[in-house]
Design a protein. Sequence first.
Length: 95
Amino acid sequence: MLHTLRQSPFQCDISEMLRYMQPGDDLLLIEDGVIAALNHSRALELLLSAPITVSALQEDVEARGLAVQISTSVERVDYTDFVRLVIKHDQQCAW
């Protein structure tokens, strides 16, 4: 399943969200959700400990001026990659 997080990790419960994810799921951070990928943050620690793939939309990272603060453990993707993720998964869940 593809999960998209568009809210800041300060406005959602990352731990609760992770309970709904299964091994092999993809999580795409978009809009303010990219804040969850900040280096040394609690949200990032939680995301990287889960058996999922985490990526962030590059355009949203740049729009928020966070390019140098995003962890290198999180793959940055463009809109073409976003479409590939949507095609890859039959189901999506937006957070």
